[in-house]
Design a protein around this ligand. Sequence first.
Ligand code: A2P
Length: 282
Amino acid sequence: TPKGSCLESVKIAIDTGYRHIDGAFVYCNEHEVGQAIREKIAEGKIKREDIFYCGKLWNTCHPPELVRPTLEKTLKILQLDYVDLYIIELPMAFKPGDAIYPKDENGKFIYHKTDLCATWEAMEACKDAGLAKSIGVSNFNRRQLEMILNKPGLKYKPVSNQVECHPYFTQPKLLEFCRQHDIVIVGYSPLGTSRDETWVNVSSPPLLKDPLLNAIGKKYNKTAAQIALRFSIQRGVVVIPKSFNPQRIRENFQIFDFSLTEKEMKEIEALNKNVRYVELLM
Ligand code: A2P
């Protein structure tokens, strides 16, 4: 993202009322997020404890001995003392090292044997050290979650699992499983992504053009985006819409002054195509 745009967007978001900020080392903008939070604290607009910052452990940092130093690096970049939530970004590991996407001479990803349970124990230690208030996972399927939940000597359960979730990919089975285990689903790409062909499956149609979402929007004088976000929060899914546009940042927050009927919720649920935009082919 262009230099400074993340800083400005996070400041606008905080002024608008957002408190949950979803970040990651691999987004390469944590320094701007941290600066925005610190500036808003200095202005007296918020206190540190008002903000809920989520950071992520990248694939090259799964070996247990790398977990804490990696989180410490993120905290140094943010210039904060702790993150509110630290999550394992993906359930597979890449070769540790400076390359974020390590590849061999044929352009193939270099993976790394990893024991997710050992990584999780290192995450638990970060919580015990006060560097992360809570710990969770992302892109974990049911079997991977069960591996952690059934780990002998488990100290802390994952509090959340961040996965793709929106009206075209509603995750009914994973949602039910996570509900049963008190794991919050945080839905990424809640607006159907930016449709960037380098990482998005664009053969699935654009979510925000959906006729039903637009028709329901008309009824409430809302946009399709607002209907999609309202749908998710109303079924208990946390949403993390991405926007670097001031008007849309504000628009995406105007979802608490109306509610969808049960019939509308069912109709939107029926849009599920079971197709991901973010296939994570690596
Ligand atoms: P922009 O940053 O220019 O607003 P997702 O959160 O599903 O990944 O979607 C992000 C994409 O949706 C971005 O391309 C973002 O562009 C765009 N977007 C964000 N909010 C809205 C909105 N209210 N209406 C239309 N597009 C939006």
